[in-house]
Design a protein around this ligand. Structure first.
Ligand code: 6PG
Length: 232
């Protein structure tokens, strides 16, 4: 059931609440997976971290799909021990990946426990072989950051994966795919919910040079917003 109440622009989609965003995101992910698996026998997706995508991940658990054909990557990771509850990989595993039959060798967590520099270096080799991704999933912070690309932080444009230090959102050390790597995808799907994001959405619409505004895709960019985030 599509709960979308209006298409605000070619790529902005408005929903009544976070649940509507989550259901639409799950639908779009599964549609993209079906298309990619039919076309080329596999589906690669870069997962978003933070809390917003968790309800989408939970909805995917009961999906009817060929999980053996899925390839899972992460957009960023916090430099914490492998089992730390604050890790994006642990959230995705707990909500979804531990409950479906994706082969372990097809799930590629970022080795951020090695530290930002070592983790970024190791993961860049993997990303170089993985791009272009079929789909990238992103959230957005209240300051317009996405993944671990934060306003005011400069990174080398030649890198596929960055070592991040002094992140304003704890923990300070992180590993993040670069703007280039995150944009090297067929479909980009951005999930933004909650009144806390309203100001950043306004700044984004006004054309401010926010990290989220600099991520693109080869084919489609779709932003799923709830009314609280859209200030509607
Ligand atoms: C992280 C995420 C980060 C997140 C945004 C939104 O490691 O925190 O990668 O980019 O997507 O901060 O977070 P929420 O979804 O929790 O609002």
């Amino acid at each position: 059931m599509k709960e979308e109440i209006s298409i605000l622009s070619p790529y902005l989609h408005l929903f009544n609440d976070a649940s509507g965003v989550a259901h639409e995101a799950a639908r779009r992910i599964l549609t993209a997976a079906d298309r990619a698996i039919t076309a080329k026998g596999s589906f690669s997706i870069v997962l978003a971290g933070g809390s917003t995508p968790e309800s989408t991940y939970r909805l995917l658990v009961d999906a009817d799909t060929d999980w053996a054909k899925w390839r899972i990557y992460f957009g960023d990771e916090r430099c914490l021990p492998v089992e730390d509850a604050e890790r994006n990989s642990v959230m995705a595993a707990s909500a979804w990946l531990d409950h479906v039959m994706i082969p372990d060798e097809n799930i590629h967590p970022i080795p951020a426990e090695q530290g930002a520099a070592a983790g970024a270096s190791a993961y860049s080799l993997l990303v170089a072989d993985a791009v272009p991704f079929d789909m990238v999933l992103l959230g957005m912070g209240e300051d317009g950051h996405t993944a671990s690309l934060f306003p005011g932080q400069i990174h080398s444009e030649s890198e596929l994966v960055h070592a991040v230090h002094d992140a304003p959102k704890p923990p300070p050390d992180r590993v993040s795919l670069s703007r280039t790597a995150l944009s090297d995808c067929s479909e980009l799907l951005i999930l933004v919910t909650g009144a806390g994001k309203k100001e950043a959405v306004i700044r984004w619409k006004q054309g401010e040079d926010l990290p989220i505004a600099n991520i693109g895709a080869h084919d489609t960019v779709d932003i799923l917003l709830d009314k609280d985030a859209a200030g509607a």
